[in-house]
Ligand binder design. Structure first.
Ligand SMILES: [Zn+2]
Length: 187
């Protein structure tokens, strides 16, 4: 059985009419999380933070990086979360052993070429492949940099705290790097 069929079969067993009471789309705890797409964080980061389904907006990408710090997709999601969906605080959460901390742009290019991607396309669309893929060397530095970029973004209100934390995908521990309350302007 192919993966798609397995997923659809699992879904057929999962859905039970009336089993899931409807939740409001605004987060019950008024905050957003921006974190990594790492599979080890799924069903692990949220309980490690004491939150559950319906509590927070969760934005994910590879390495919780902010490649377009002014108006990219992450900022777009945060603006929607703050102005439309009741989000009042932002948590940027990187994690130890992040795959994006070891991305080699040259190896990435080689693999893209090997899979048939036209080198001219790479040159035209993503000439600075390293910057575009968001490669970084240290997850802690990346969280600090991303937290600062969001803080400085003129579309983000100055009274929204931007916290920066590092998560351990093995034992679930969170370390605080940036306390966003230190930087907000008092309301
Ligand atoms: Zn990661």
């Amino acid at each position: 059985m192919k993966l798609l069929d397995k997923i659809l079969e699992a879904n057929g067993k999962f859905v039970k009419p009336g089993a899931f009471p409807p939740l409001p789309k605004n987060p019950q705890k008024q905050f957003a999380i921006f974190t990594c797409m790492d599979t080890r964080l799924v069903e692990f980061l949220e309980p490690a933070m004491g939150i559950k389904r319906g509590d927070a907006k969760v934005i994910k990408n590879a390495g919780n990086t902010l490649v377009d710090a002014l108006h990219g997709g992450v900022i777009r999601s945060l603006v929607a979360a703050i102005f439309m969906l009741g989000v009042e605080e932002i948590f940027v959460i990187g994690h130890r052993d992040c795959g994006m901390a070891s991305v080699d742009p040259d190896e990435l290019r080689r693999r893209m070429l090997a899979r048939g991607i036209d080198p001219q396309i790479i040159e035209d669309y993503v000439p600075d492949l390293s910057r575009w893929i968001g490669a970084f060397s240290c997850p802690e530095q990346n969280v600090a940099a991303v937290t600062g970029k969001i803080r400085r973004n003129p579309l983000i209100p100055k009274d929204v705290p931007i916290h920066g934390l590092i998560f351990c995908p093995d034992d679930g521990h969170l370390d605080l790097l940036v306390n966003g309350y230190d930087q907000v302007k008092e309301k």
